[in-house]
Write a protein that binds this ligand. Structure first.
Ligand SMILES: [Zn+2]
Ligand SMILES: [Zn+2]
Length: 122
């Protein structure tokens, strides 16, 4: 035995360990999808959060979306401008004339899933 230092055989390559590729952070903004049941044909509908109404693809009925954070519409008692208020608010202040309009059943348009017999006009 000559005792020569052992050399790396040909073909041996110092393969550097591949660093694990980090997964991309799940920062992709997902559109929030809500679900509701069509008031007419009870088909499950999907809608984007924030939508006011969603049209049923089955029977073309336009269903109003009502959620806890839904805003309602009320006309200002002073200048009759259409105001939006968070659902459940007792009153809303007009952004135009700064008068406070109380919200009651007399001036609100309840958007509870009304059943509409005829399809909405285009
Ligand atoms: Zn429907
Ligand atoms: Zn006003």
């Amino acid at each position: 035995m000559a005792g020569s230092p052992e050399t790396a055989p040909p073909g041996y390559e110092n393969l550097e360990p591949q660093p694990p590729t980090p997964l991309p952070p799940p920062s992709t903004p997902l559109l929030e999808i809500g679900q509701m049941v069509c008031g007419s044909c009870h088909q499950l509908l999907c809608y984007l959060r924030g939508s006011i109404h969603v049209q049923c693809a089955c029977c073309q009925t336009v269903n109003f979306v009502l959620e806890a954070h839904q805003v309602g519409n009320v006309k200002c008692g002073n200048c009759s401008v259409l105001l939006m208020y968070p659902h459940g608010a007792p009153s809303v202040r007009c952004s135009s004339c700064c008068s406070v309009t109380e919200i009651g059943p007399h001036n609100t348009r309840q958007l509870v899933s009304v059943q509409q017999g005829q399809p909405a006009p285009p």
